[in-house]
Design a protein around this ligand. Structure first.
Ligand code: DCP
Ligand code: MG
Length: 374
């Protein structure tokens, strides 16, 4: 097929700032942190094949074990043959999940636009970040330092203007790497990249690439869009764009709720403290249910009330600790605010309780139950 099909200009959006974070030898590093004596040995995270009759696969291995050729997804038996001196450690997913939550909390200090890929890996869109840091490289440095300070674990970060390049960058200098791919460096960076490093080019595609004499980014770049579509279908089109440094996939983040609340209007108006107490209790219960559903707790409770004459006031109570996530605790603080600022005799047409200053509940910041245990 001809190589000189009409070249359609492609628009490359370089305005975003994307960081890809990937923890180094994640499970293995956590186990080494917990048991420092493991560090001297090749360490394989898998059930010991000598105890399972040879079953099981390797989740990951520390860098020492990797020197013997051990890698993720290999059978544990094969890993043992390659590295007989290795220590085998059964994975502890509860612990890894908790560390993952911890690093996500750090990400959230910078942006809520987080797309998790695995326990230890995420894309962050820091174009507009919460700390107003102009440089994405600076954000990446800060995240890396903070992760290390809080977890004693290292990660690698890649920074660029899209996901495809950011991920390649994070792999570029692993471990403990920070690599940036700027628009002006894309050509040089991708030209020399082996074809198997391109996203989606796996074991099955590599032989076909080689058949077509495509060994690296430079070879790929020479091929026309039609040629690549002809040979690889839709994936060929993606490759055509990627090798030009174009990738418009957004960071697919879950929108985090900034607050969780419930309100009700009353007709006729509430006119006694008893009625108010009952309604606050209903609202507190519903807020507690909604908070539990989203696995959140918060430090601020906001009481809203609207009087018969439509005057509306909101009053808040902020604690230094997370407020216990229960109907009793919410009712306690809402009642306190009402006693201080409310007046049932004026007639109340609306009440609301909202929790803000939210965080995800994890093992580190869980509040001890002061009101009751359930
Ligand atoms: N994992 C797994 N099975 C796989 C691949 C990975 O159970 N086939 C787990 C173990 C890893 C974690 O996911 O620790 C993260 O995967 P990575 O591919 O990021 O590997 P590592 O973090 O272990 O090493 P690297 O330093 O190469 O990122
Ligand atoms: Mg990793």
């Amino acid at each position: 097929m001809a190589q000189n099909d009409a070249i359609l200009p492609i628009n490359i959006n370089t305005s975003r700032k994307v960081i890809h974070v990937d923890m180094d030898a994640f499970y293995a590093s956590i186990e080494e942190r917990e048991q420092p004596e493991l560090r001297k040995n090749p360490l394989i995270i898998a059930r010991d094949p000598r105890k399972t009759g040879g079953k099981g696969v390797v989740a990951t291995a520390n860098y020492l074990a990797r020197q013997s050729g051990v890698h993720s997804a290999m059978s544990a038996q094969k890993a043992l043959e390659l590295c007989p001196k290795a220590v085998f450690q059964t994975p502890n997913f509860t612990l890894y999940r908790a560390v993952s939550d911890q690093i996500h909390e750090i990400f959230h200090e910078y942006t809520d636009k987080i797309e998790p890929i695995a326990f230890d890996e995420a894309y962050l869109d820091v174009t507009d970040n919460k700390k107003d840091i102009e440089s994405a490289v600076e954000v990446a440095h800060q995240i890396q330092s903070e992760i290390f300070a809080k977890t004693k674990l290292t990660c690698s970060t890649g920074i660029s203007y899209n996901k495809f390049l950011a991920k390649l960058a994070s792999e570029y200098q692993k471990p403990v790497g920070v690599a940036v791919v700027l628009p002006e460096d894309v050509r040089e960076f991708l030209d020399k990249l082996p074809i198997e490093k391109f996203r989606g080019v796996g074991k099955k595609t590599v032989p076909k690439m080689h058949e077509l004499k495509i060994f690296n980014g430079k070879d790929l770049y020479q091929k026309s869009e039609l040629y690549l579509i002809h040979n690889f279908g839709r994936f060929g089109d993606a490759l055509y764009h990627h090798v030009r440094g174009s990738d418009d996939r957004p960071i697919e983040y879950l929108r985090e709720r900034k607050s969780i609340g419930k309100e009700s209007t009353y007709n006729p108006n509430l006119t006694t403290d008893n009625e108010v107490e009952n309604e606050l209790s209903n609202l507190a219960r519903n807020v507690a249910i909604a908070m539990k559903k989203r696995q959140k707790h918060g430090k601020t409770l906001v009481l809203k009330l609207r009087y018969a004459d439509f005057e509306t006031i909101t009053k808040r109570q902020t604690l230094t600790e997370f407020i216990e996530n229960s109907e009793e605790a919410y009712l306690f603080y809402a009642r306190q605010l009402f006693e201080e600022f409310g007046d049932s005799q004026r007639g109340i047409r609306l009440l609301g309780i909202t929790m803000t200053n939210l965080a995800s509940i994890n093992f580190e910041n869980i509040t001890l139950p002061l009101f009751k245990s359930d």
